[in-house]
Design a protein. Structure first.
Length: 401
């Protein structure tokens, strides 16, 4: 068997200790090994077989001292343990996974909630039991913000006190860390473990932090060992003070920006007069057109690509009057929309008649359509010619109506 237990009593003359474990109805003896010293409140992991465990005179010799699972305190000969647990209103007994039954022997009253319990072992008529000695309400825990990003902005004279800027704090309130790590200096990036209620404190030390081995933005100290960052952002013409998503507001003591575009800027963490924050140190226009593309959702670039990939426009030639054209009947004869597309036999017959006549027609021959008028002939002449047969080379041909 592999059993965890707690030393709850001592038998001084023989260096033997009484050990409680959930698996046993009563405490049993453990013979201390000088190489593995124990005392009241010590947690042990014991190994023995089932037959040994059934022997009432059995003494444990094979054990290992282990780290306590729950906070353990010793006051004289009393061992107390503290645990956090949810309790129903006025609960009389708690079924615990490790201690088994824990009794509310004093009938303490409390609403349903999570509580800190202080328990101890007592002896009553039925044997040893665990009881609730104290029940205290837990304090509401503030949620932690994992991974607040900060940058060391200044180091103290003793080289182990450092002031860290982070956006979540007020402009004139830095976080304080203490470290003898020689690699931590101005410009070192850190991840800070802080809770929401701590961020409003005027003086805020942070014992839990991790060094980030890389920089998110180019970082360097100035000539006076001031923290400087190099950023890129888009600025509109006429802007004075600007803002960046990472650092927030940037104070500009220079003239307003005279052109719109994307700028490369250098900012410095500093105090000038009563103002504390990030100050613009240098600016350089990178590309003025980048801002235009940004504000239009990159429509200019997209439209430019669309224009380059468009197919050439195919112009449609409007049909001209027949009298002004000298085209073949193949170009003039178009199939009627209501007719089937297979019109080759009829088209060939008309073309054959035309070649026999050897004449150039003044009007267009179409299937089931009226011939177009020639714009160069009077209306009455066209009407008379429409009803009169024509005689060409002894052939009498009537125009199809």
């Amino acid at each position: 068997m592999d059993v965890y237990g707690i030393v709850v009593g001592i038998k001084i003359p023989d260096r033997q200790y009484f050990v409680w474990c959930k698996e046993s109805k009563s405490d049993f003896l453990l013979q201390m090994d000088q190489r593995k010293p124990i005392e009241l409140g010590t947690w042990v992991n014991m190994r023995f077989n089932g037959s040994e465990f059934q022997n009432p005179n059995f003494k444990v010799n094979n054990y290992v001292v282990v780290t306590p699972i729950y906070k353990t305190e010793v006051d004289g000969n009393t061992v107390r343990l503290q645990l956090e647990h949810y309790l129903n209103s006025n609960l009389k007994e708690l079924d615990h996974w490790f201690f088994g039954k824990i009794y509310n022997n004093r009938n303490k009253e409390f609403p349903s909630d999570v509580y800190y319990l202080t328990i101890k072992k007592i002896r009553n008529a039925s044997g040893d039991i665990w009881v609730m000695e104290n029940v205290e309400a837990t304090e509401p825990k503030q949620p932690e913000i994992p991974g607040i990003i900060g940058i060391v902005s200044w180091s103290g004279k003793n080289n182990n006190k450092h002031f860290v800027w982070c956006k979540e704090r007020k402009a004139d309130h830095d976080v304080v860390i203490f470290s003898d790590n020689s690699n931590i200096k101005v410009g070192t990036w850190l991840k800070l473990d802080l809770s929401l209620d701590q961020l409003s404190q005027e003086y805020l030390p942070c014992p839990n932090f991790t060094v980030i081995p890389y920089t998110i933005h180019p970082t360097f100290p100035s000539e006076n060992d001031k923290l400087c960052l190099k950023l890129e952002l888009d600025v509109l013409e006429g802007s004075r003070n600007i803002s960046h998503p990472f650092v927030g507001e940037i104070i500009n003591k220079f003239a307003s920006f005279d052109k719109s575009g994307r700028y490369t800027i250098t900012i410095m963490r500093n105090k000038i007069g009563s103002q504390v924050g990030w100050f613009l140190k240098e600016k350089k226009l990178k590309q003025p057109n980048d801002l235009i593309a940004l504000l239009t959702g990159c429509e200019i670039s997209q439209n430019h690509q669309n224009i380059r990939h468009q197919e050439p426009i195919q112009h449609t030639i409007n049909p001209q009057p027949v009298a002004r054209q000298r085209t073949s009947f193949k170009d003039e004869l178009e199939p009627c929309q209501d007719s089937p597309p297979q019109t080759a036999p009829r088209y060939s017959r008309l073309q054959h008649q035309t070649s026999i006549l050897g004449t150039q027609s003044d009007t267009s021959l179409t299937r089931n359509a009226r011939p177009q008028r020639s714009v160069s002939r009077p209306r009455n002449e066209v009407s008379s010619s429409r009803n009169a047969p024509r005689h060409r080379n002894g052939v009498n041909i009537a125009i199809e109506k």
